[in-house]
Design a protein around this ligand. Structure first.
Ligand code: ADP
Ligand code: ADP
Length: 233
């Protein structure tokens, strides 16, 4: 069963004088439980594709189905609701709220779900344990290292048990040691059932994925199943 299915997905940006085709007909499918990496040179459309999958922006043409529901033509409000209920985001720059503690940052997505207080606390505690940052629960983001901040952001992304996790260059601001730790954590979450789509420039990060989709000039040029993960699967 597909979490994501796009057919001839297109996105054009129009500014005063220039029209840029960022996505020129992309066909991809992401199944439940998959870990997919999207790669390609700067300007090839990776961020645009991730913005479409993340329902942050609407395509110009084509079909984008999320869990079987067509959302290419959905209203901004419908997209926002789907996003809050179904997606977890991980960013290169962590995007934590500096004024909130670790615990409070991770709690945020659950407020949208209207869960009882004790369940919220249990879920946040479990997520913080899961990423190994429970001992820093009352710290503020600026009191943590980059690797620790990304762990908090990952806890925030998974705490709502989203159908899909979208990661944009998750190790881009980390040294290689912390980068590997973050990738190991993402692969463990995937083994536990999380579906992940990750944009990356890093070939070594992409090795953690099951499948690598290469974009060039807004189109998929190659797709390859990662040999090691395929062998393990
Ligand atoms: P990547 O993430 O692979 O670097 P992007 O998706 O950011 O690629 O960009 C794809 C193309 O679309 C580029 O030519 C870029 O300049 C253009 N583009 C991206 N976002 C916008 C925008 N908001 N307005 C105009 N052009 C854009
Ligand atoms: P990344 O390095 O993650 O690929 P970029 O630096 O290409 O991101 O773009 C950052 C953001 O700026 C994107 O989300 C995109 O929407 C916007 N953007 C990129 N290119 C352009 C452009 N030519 N004009 C306007 N906005 C752009």
């Amino acid at each position: 069963k597909s979490v994501i299915e796009t057919v001839n997905l297109q996105k054009k940006y129009v500014t005063d004088t220039v029209e840029t085709t960022a996505l020129a007909g992309v066909n991809i499918q992401v199944g439940k439980g998959e870990f997919v990496a999207i790669m390609g040179p700067s300007g090839c459309g990776k961020s645009t594709l991730l913005n479409m999958l993340g329902m942050l922006d609407a395509p110009t043409a084509g079909s984008l189905k999320f869990m079987g529901t067509e959302i290419a033509s959905a209203t901004e409000r419908h997209r926002a609701n789907l996003r809050k209920e179904n997606l977890g985001f991980i960013f290169q720059s962590f995007n934590l709220i500096d004024e909130l503690t670790v615990h409070e940052n991770v709690e945020l997505p659950l407020f949208y779900q209207g869960l009882p207080k004790n369940e919220i606390k249990q879920r946040v505690d479990a997520a913080l344990e899961r990423v190994g940052i429970a001992h820093r629960r009352n710290h503020f983001p600026q009191q943590l290292s980059g690797g620790q901040q990304q762990r908090v952001a990952i806890a925030r992304a998974v705490v709502g048990r989203p159908s899909l996790i979208l990661a944009d260059e998750p190790t881009g601001n980390l040294d290689s040691q912390h980068g590997r730790e973050v990738m190991t954590l993402l692969s463990e979450l995937n083994e536990d059932g999380a579906t992940i789509v990750m944009v990356t420039h890093s070939p070594s990060d992409a090795e953690y994925a099951h499948r690598i989709i290469n974009l060039l000039d807004g189109q998929v040029i190659t797709e390859r199943i990662h040999a090691t993960s395929a062998a393990l699967a």
